[in-house]
Design a protein around this ligand. Structure first.
Ligand code: TUI
Length: 313
């Protein structure tokens, strides 16, 4: 069950990709996810190229299974990282926060699979035409930089609009969400928030605690006027960003407030002025587990639900 085209394309057991969380998704997390049979992903985030190269090499030491590299296209080093993906023979590149059009030909010539994250049908169509292998359609429930359309509405519309495989992201944290996304037409999934509390996830314990105690209403999207809206857990930083949103502040003011804020949350555990990126599904995340336990539990639950609900029809 859930054996899909994505398993075949990537050479993995479960059609699940770990979200490419900036400052968070390192070699340890990526290799743990890959060793458990899904696709682990290193997040380049805002990191320099040399850090990315090192993490790719470290991941290769920690797993013999396939893994991916997430390139966040707002990174000023994106061009260099795009070339590092080729030099280091990465199997699959996932892109976020922009249109990867200018890199696609070069990656495809080097036999790299390309899975862009897209927030709309229009971009999905453009990406299919540009020759990508699959798209990750991400609903606005996701954490971090988000689009406006919800997963429930986005997945079936993207699935109808293109022929290449669609992976669903945003709001999925358990077997119920995964089963629902499968029914909407997804042949694979991306999960970020639930992996934040994995034992193999190297973030500050305060960050994990925030996820474990989050409720349905704990997150908020700020920064819409900048064109780069971001979903984070509500705290003093979120409140100050909201003030900027209200008075149409300048980009410089956003930059000043946001500077190093993700690092402050992830590494220093600053829960007041750190940027605690998380999806709305944080309210579903109640316990720390290994990546293997998380993955196996989600797929077992999804399978049970589909079988049991099927009997009612
Ligand atoms: O990229 C993400 N999530 C992220 S990136 C990030 S780092 C960051 N920090 C502060 C501000 C901005 C970024 C934290 N979380 N998810 C994938 C994603 N991609 N969501 C939305 C998009 C997207 C948006 C516009 C993809 C393509 C796109 O194209 C616009 C265009 O250029 O056509």
């Amino acid at each position: 069950m859930f054996k899909s085209i994505i398993c075949k394309l990537l050479g993995i057991k479960y059609p699940l990709i770990q979200g490419g969380m900036a400052w968070i998704a390192d070699a340890e997390l990526a290799s743990a996810v890959s060793n458990a049979g899904a696709l682990g992903v290193i997040a380049a985030g805002y990191a320099p190229g040399e850090w990315v190269r090192e993490e790719i090499r470290n991941t290769k030491r920690l797993t013999k299974k396939p893994f991916g590299l997430n390139i966040m296209l707002l990174n000023p080093n994106a061009d260099e990282i795009a070339r590092i993906a080729i030099q280091e023979k990465v199997k699959v590149v996932i892109t976020g926060a922009g249109n990867p059009g200018k890199y696609i030909e070069m990656w495809k010539e080097n036999n790299i699979l390309v899975f862009p994250v897209i927030p709309s049908v229009a971009l999905a169509i453009r990406m299919e035409r540009a020759g990508v292998d699959a798209v990750i359609a991400e609903g606005g429930e996701a954490g971090g930089h988000v689009g406006e359309i919800t997963t429930m509405s986005l997945i079936p519309q993207v699935a109808d609009a293109i022929k290449i495989p669609v992976l669903a992201a945003g709001g999925i944290a358990d077997g119920r969400g995964l089963a629902a996304a499968w029914m909407l037409g997804a042949s694979g999934f991306q999960i970020g928030t639930r992996f934040l509390v994995a034992y193999e996830c190297n973030i500050h314990k305060n960050y994990k605690q925030k996820i474990l105690t989050a409720k349905d209403t704990s997150t908020i999207v700020t920064g819409r006027p900048t064109g780069h809206p971001v979903r984070i857990i509500k705290n003093r930083l979120a409140r100050d960003f909201q003030q900027l949103d209200k008075r149409n502040a300048s980009l410089e003011e956003y930059e000043e407030l946001g500077k190093n804020s993700l690092y402050r949350a992830v590494r220093e555990g600053d829960m007041d002025y750190g940027s605690i990126m998380a999806g709305q599904s944080a309210g579903l995340v109640k316990k720390e587990q290994t990546c293997k336990e998380i993955i196996e539990e989600i797929f077992l639950e999804a399978k049970k639900i589909i079988v049991e609900k099927g009997k009612l029809i």
